[in-house]
Design a protein around this ligand. Sequence first.
Ligand code: PLP
Length: 394
Amino acid sequence: MSAFVHVLSRRLENIRAQGLWRELRPADSPQSPRLTWAGQEYRNFSSNDYLGLANDPLIREAACRAVEKYGVGSGSARLVSGSLAPHHELETALAAWKKTEATLTFTSGYATALGTITALIGKDDVIILDKLVHACIVDAARLSGAKIRVYDHNDLADLERILQWAAGRPVEGAEKGQVLIVTESIFSMDGDAAPLREIVALKNRYGAWLMVDEAHATGLYGPNRCGLAEELGVSNDVEIQMGTLGKALGSAGGYISGAQVLCDLLVNRARSFIFSTAPVPAAAAAARAAIAFLQTPEGEVRRQRLWQNVARLQARYPLATARPQAILPVVIGDEAKTVEAAAELRARGYFIPAIRYPTVARGAARLRITLTAVHTEADIDDLAAALQAVVPVS
Ligand SMILES: *Cc1c(COP(=O)(O)O)cnc(C)c1O
């Protein structure tokens, strides 16, 4: 036993020495613009609860009603006895909102990517990833056994170079395998957007499939707030539309929207769906309420409040972006300096996470500021002043 402890302790020392130590901080409050830790209150600029729905009375109530009617646990996987009405109601609502034939939900975005990618491709196939895609997509790609190629972030020429290589590769099995491109629409650590129209044009030219992870775009972009693919008018060209329920939708879980045959295949092949207990009914009911809310005029008001807050901060601290974005990184680079800046901000009462390797590349450490629709103007103004004091930019 002591040898085991010794080996792990050495590994931890190594992590610490690189400035990469991570630890949990138990919060005593819901997600909101204020967070309480150990009796201390902080202004929270770290949450992906962009529209303030995680603690919204409407969404809370929907979750409570589901608990009263269906209890807490789902009891089993969906295919056994856990396919409760709230899951089906959520999937129907999601498919109607996304205007797709079908939608299938999973317990998390991570499980969604893992199950979907491994269900769709295998060792005779090629998967092409933007360099900055989320860890769950990288893990899924590795698990699939497909050949993995990575293109420079949002670099269409590099993507086309790989598509050309894939088109010319020798046939190894009985038939030529598939090519699947995977990108996020809004990138999780940079907040910038993928050139989806151009990617769609390329995938059509080369006969590839396209999967787009809208984790950070769902609820924020598009005329019906469905995501960036909707805003850019390319939803129908994306074979596999992924999103999560735990960010702007304020609940938990992930989904795939697309053709009925896609969802049927996932029910039959996605191992993270088949071999995992169904999400709790309260999470499904909460997500469904969030989707209903987003489609009302109040949903648009909520989104506009978020963009007003973003513009307000950008007017006071130089974080210019091509389009409104809720994720505003302040890239510092050095891991230790970033941790120091985050600690200094914390001492001033602001919680902004220091994002480091392996979440981002080494030497690309950053403060990841996230704004929400429920921050006040004073929250934003005070944040700008604190940022100017800790990370001054002229
Ligand atoms: C958060 C996130 C996920 C994972 O979703 P969870 O529901 O948190 O598991 C997947 N993709 C991206 C881009 C994300 O940011």
